[in-house]
Structures are given as C-alpha cells and as structure tokens.
Design a protein around this ligand. Sequence first.
Ligand SMILES: [Zn+2]
Length: 368
Amino acid sequence: MLKKVFVLIIFLLMSRAEAGTWSPELRVGLMSGVKQVTLQVSAPCLMINAAKGSIEQKIPAGGSLIVDFEHLKINAIEIRPEKISLNDLHTTVDGKEYYGGITVNKEKDSLTVINLVPLEEYLRGVVSKEMSPSYPLEALKAQAVAARSFALKNRGRHVKEGYDLCSSTHCQVYIGVTNFDSINRAVDETRGEVLVYKEKLIDTNFHADSGGMTENVSEVWGTATPYLVAVREIVQLAKPWSIKVTTKDFSSRFGENFGNVKSVKLSKLTIGKSANDRTSSGRVKSAQIVGTKKTLTITGNDLRRKFSLPSTLFDMKLEGDEIIFTGYGSGHGVGMSQVGARDYAGNGWSYEKILAHYYSGAKLKKLY
Ligand SMILES: [Zn+2]
C-alpha cells in the first residue's frame, strides 16, 4: 500500500512538472529560398527523417551541421533534443540563436528553414520586439497575452508553406532568443492565458499609439467585431506630429492634374467626435482636394498610405503651395494601444484591466 502511495506521489509530481513546462509546439518559418544553412545545437540532438521518423544521425552538444540543398537526400529533416525537453534546447541558425529545434524542408530548388518552438519560448522572442522591455510589467503582460492569443488564433495560416506562422510583421516579428528579465516574467506570469469572446479565441489587433482614442475595426477593415470597438484613453500626453507635402508632390502621387490646388476640405479634428468626413473617434474617413481643374475625394487610409502618415487622426490645411497634415498617434488604431497600455500600467492598472479596456467584452482564459 505504502509503495502504491509512493508511486502515486511520484507520478503526481512528474505530471505536475510536465504540466508546468508544456506548451503547444509551433512551427515558425525563419527562411525560405536558401541553398544552404548552418545549424549548431546547445545539447545532444537527433537528426530525424521527418517522413519516416527514423534517426539519421546524432549531433553532440555544440555540434554543427551544414545542410546543403545539393547534398540533402531527405525531403525533410528535424533536429530535436535527444534527452532534454524542447524548451531547454537552443539552436543557432546561420549564427542567430533560436529556442527549440529546427526542421529543414527540401523544396523544388531550395530549402525552407523552420523553427520548432514551444509557444511560451516563442513569446519571449516576440514580446521583446513588440514592446520595449523597459515598459511597466503589467503592460508587458498585456502584450504577452495579446501575442499568445494571436499565435494560437492564426496557427496554421502558412500551412501551404509548411509552417504555422512566419517570423516577420505579416504574422508577428519573432527574433529568437532574448534575455530580458521583464519579458521572461511577463510571459511566465501569464503562462497559458489567452483572450476569448464567447469561448472563441479573439483577434488581438494592437498598434503603437491611439493618439487619444482607439478605432472601431469596421472603420479600418470593413467588418464589425464586437470586441474591437473604439475606446477613449485616459492619458493624453501625445504631442502632435506634422508632415508637409507640396501640392506638386500631392498631384504627382495621385497621378491627377488638379491644376492649382485652391483648397482642402476636411472638418476640424476633435478626438472622440464624429462628422460626415470623420469616424466616431475623429479619424479621417475622407477629405476633398479642390483644384482649378479637378476636385477629388480621397479616403483617410489612402492619404495615410500615400504619404506615410503615422495615423488617420489628423487635421489638414493648405498653406501657400504646401498641404500640412497635423495629427496624433501611430498605427491603425484598432485594439490595444501599446503606448496606452504603458501609461495605464504606469497608473497602476493590472494587465487584466488593460486588456478588458481595449478588448471590450473579451475574457481571459487559462488554456494550460
Ligand atoms: Zn505570416
């Protein structure tokens, strides 16, 4: 009996240790179209034929491996640790260090290199790029939950290329191994936590700075989502940005001959006040350029794109032969504002409260 209890205790301890370190394994695309890649592992590893599951070769700790398109006879190889968990392995890929192991797929005429990485490790290399590690801990925790939710919601979006997520801005920028205590704490203290709405993972869009009020997603991308609605910021410290464009430049960018630009028509910005030409947060829906030869109505998003404006929360005026944009914030304005999260955290808000503010009606859920 005693022996049985002892075995049970050992089993419970082991399963608790497992539960404490396990997280979903992601396949993150690092590079494609390359002919050769050099890998180096931090601990003893196995090189596995991914199709057959057979061990092709052992690689010692610190060992290097050059994978060359011309000489690779296997369609897909996996480098996984021999004894330790994937969490504890680091693999260097052409000199850059990543968490976890690697898969190399042989395509028609080149190689695709994919990082096999547990989600919680992946997040360390994402949050440290998305937010300054010097931001208050509660802001970093909010970012960690947003990035974790994004990764799981969008897992598999690159399935045709052989991986789950890419490592660039298209998905989330992932820079591999980083070592910031603040980031590690933010990830560890929110371990397994995601945002759900009606029990489904949500789109956790975020942006640099709302400039005073976030935006309804429908105003930016057309489709309404109940948890991505415009909310006001409490802290409004931002100084306006200003960008000048000559009327000549303006005409040439649009490929239009306005003649002489006589005026620009756009109602005055008040943050949080809508108008015919402004959304409920005050962002520009459209503005008119009135020339001697032509008048054109242009959307705020088009103006932002053409002139690399930080946001669509701006005023616009004509002065001589210059059109001057003066505005607030940076980014599309949908979801969490990173500067806002920093300021709320600085005012003593918890990450739960910050997330509830920016993702209306969404709930935190601990998945593991
Ligand atoms: Zn992507």
